[in-house]
Ligand binder design. Structure first.
Ligand SMILES: NC(=O)c1ccc[n+]([C@@H]2O[C@H](COP(=O)([O-])OP(=O)(O)OC[C@H]3O[C@@H](n4cnc5c(N)ncnc54)[C@H](O)[C@@H]3O)[C@@H](O)[C@H]2O)c1
Length: 247
């Protein structure tokens, strides 16, 4: 077991990549603190974690709410007895072509994807640097290279890489590693609003492996970065995209 008795916070854990990561971490021996906006589905994931014999705390709220995030961290530490790993996974898309993108769509995406990641990272880094250990994994995206209809999302996910690198430099000397996973298109409900034709085009012409990724294939790279297998990996962003972006 690669995370035996570690305590991990995973945000946005009710479905998709966050849920797959929760189930994989539980299988690797971690106790979990899961948060999401969707209470019903979060409880379903928590039940599956507990079925694996692991402890699981659930908190319903938004990562963009700093008071909620502080409560998440405080309750994790007091009820699960520590904090070793943060997976900053919660994220949203609100796509629109540039000249039609509203201020609200811009603010929503930046608030969750970038400010939310910062809120969680900052609240976790304080106890982690005091204890001299910890691993933080942020979720970026290959959209950070720039994608049509995604001024807001691309900016937020490029921002997450900058946040990762700055935090890795500050915290590396304190025993806390900060890394990033950048998926390509992954088969989750996030893609529900992406036109089928766009997905088919991307899959068939841009991805050498000619298919979408599965949430479990992202979870396994998150697991690597969160575990001691990556003990000298810090400040890195790993694209997990079937080879679509090779730079
Ligand atoms: N699916 C993809 O193709 C893809 C590609 C690249 C990056 N990503 C990134 O991976 C992460 C997970 O994506 P996914 O595909 O599993 O998405 P998803 O939409 O299936 O799941 C996201 C989860 O986050 C939760 N969430 C949304 N806003 C929240 C908030 N403010 N506070 C707490 N929870 C919130 C949702 O309720 C949902 O359960 C995201 O950061 C996303 O940007 C996904």
């Amino acid at each position: 077991m690669r995370l035996k008795d570690k305590v991990a916070i995973i945000t946005g854990a009710a479905q998709g990549i966050g849920a797959a990561t929760a189930l994989r971490f539980a299988a690797e021996g971690a106790d979990l603190s899961l948060c999401d906006l969707n209470a019903g589905r979060l409880e379903e994931v928590a039940a599956r974690v507990r079925d694996q014999g692991r402890r699981c705390l659930t908190l319903v709220g938004s990562v963009s709410d700093r008071a909620f995030v502080q409560d998440l961290v405080d309750r994790t530490r007091s009820e699960l007895g520590g904090l070793d790993i943060l997976v900053n996974n919660a994220g949203i898309i609100r796509d629109a072509i540039g000249h039609k993108l509203t201020e609200e769509q811009w603010d929503q995406v930046i608030d969750v994807n970038l400010k939310g990641a910062f809120n969680c990272l900052q609240a976790c880094m304080i106890p982690m640097r005091e204890q001299g250990s910890g691993a933080i994994v942020n979720l970026s995206s290959v959209s950070r290279y720039g994608a049509v209809g995604q001024f807001n999302y691309a900016a937020s996910k490029a921002g997450v890489v900058g946040l990762t690198r700055a935090a890795a430099k500050e915290l590396g000397g304190r025993g806390v590693r900060v890394n990033c996973v950048a998926p390509g298109f992954v088969a989750t409900e996030m893609l529900a609003t992406v036109p089928e034709a766009k997905l088919e085009m991307f899959k068939n012409f841009a991805v050498p492996m000619a298919r979408l990724g599965q949430p479990e294939e992202i979870a396994s790279v998150i697991l690597f970065l969160a575990s001691d297998d990556a003990s000298f990996v810090n400040g890195q962003t790993i694209n997990v995209d079937g080879g679509a972006y090779t730079q």
